[in-house]
Design a protein around this ligand. Structure first.
Ligand code: SF4
Ligand code: ZN
Ligand code: ZN
Length: 321
């Protein structure tokens, strides 16, 4: 006999592993809205009147997050808009950008696209080529975080939302414990609080949502996304091994993963924002004389990409006004 929705008794489309219940497509959407709403409340991610800039890569997790937040925005009185960074990585970036543009139309939220080549004068492959000491993903991470934070600050947003799921955060946490480093542990929390005028809050509304749910959600809510794979995606590294292990945990012991992460959130090192210095080139907060973004872009371009980025954002101000 086919499984039935726990709420309405109609044919079910997905089983929520940690709640051990089957849901139909309508109640899956309602369930995820409730789950994300509870995460927002539990970790104080957003309040009424806040403006949140939702990072959409074109992939399924950030697309799910955007769809769920767009439905919650009017109910909870916050405002959401989308940001996509076009990295300029061949077909992967073309498909990702197209998916983000489709998503914006589908969920009716304004979208700002920041193409790196246009905004700072160099795309990701050029930056990667000139910065050999960092891995491609580390360079990409620095650039994406910087662009998102500056865009949010300049365009009047209170928070940047990223689509990290329960599996992502659990993978960061495990990496932090294995490598005994604080950075992944700090990233493994639902919220990294901002600092007035320098950082906006970085929030993860899918912190307690798993892969099964986002995959089902994009399918049944007809949310546009792409499964295009970036050519720099690592194939076999410690990060990949950790993620495979955490995904198996999620499959086999789903409720264990949620309770383990609540313990991690309670003990994770607090983001240290106070006392940071300022970049001597762009003024962004940093612990070194020149921030990582200015160092990376200067190596590729001969000068920091920060002034060009600021100018680009100024010109696009009305897109998300
Ligand atoms: Fe960036 Fe690495 Fe993801 Fe490619 S795989 S988009 S380089 S983080
Ligand atoms: Zn139902
Ligand atoms: Zn700088």
């Amino acid at each position: 006999m086919p499984a039935r929705c726990r709420v309405c008794g109609k044919s079910a489309v997905v089983r929520i592993p940690y709640a051990r219940m089957w849901l139909c497509s309508d109640h899956l959407t309602a369930y995820l809205g409730k789950r994300v709403g509870e995460t927002i409340d539990r970790y104080h991610l957003l309040s009424g009147g806040d403006r949140v800039l939702v990072m959409v890569s074109g992939g399924k997790d950030s697309a799910s997050m955007a769809g769920i937040l767009s439905a919650l925005a009017s109910k909870r009185g916050f405002e959401a808009a989308l940001l996509h960074i076009d990295l300029g990585v061949g077909e992967f970036s073309a498909l990702s950008r197209a998916a983000a543009e489709e998503l914006s139309k589908r969920i009716n939220l304004p979208l700002l696209v920041v193409p790196l080549r246009e905004a700072i004068g160099a795309d990701l492959p050029r930056l990667i080529k000139s910065v050999r000491r960092r891995s491609p993903c580390a360079t990409c991470g620095v650039v994406k975080r910087y662009v998102a934070n500056v865009a949010a600050l300049r365009l009047g947003f209170d928070a940047v939302a990223v689509g990290h799921t329960l599996v992502d955060l659990a993978s960061f946490a495990l990496k932090g414990y294995i490598t005994r480093s604080e950075e992944p542990l700090e990233a493994a929390t639902p919220k990294n609080p901002g600092l007035s005028g320098l950082f906006v809050d970085r929030i993860k509304p899918l912190a307690e949502v798993g892969e099964v749910e986002t995959r089902a959600y994009v399918k049944y809510a007809e949310i546009p996304w792409t499964d295009a794979v970036c050519e720099y995606k690592p194939v076999r590294t410690i990060d990949v091994e950790i993620r495979d292990f955490v995904s198996k945990l999620e499959r086999d012991y789903p409720s264990l993963l949620v309770s383990m992460m609540r313990g991690v959130y309670a003990r994770a090192p607090k983001t240290q924002r106070e006392g940071v210095g300022k970049c001597s080139v762009c003024g962004a907060p940093t612990n070194t004389d020149v921030c990582a973004f200015c160092r990376i872009t200067s190596r590729a371009l001969g000068e920091s990409g920060a002034p060009a980025l600021h100018e680009f954002l100024e010109e696009k101000r009305e897109v998300l006004a």
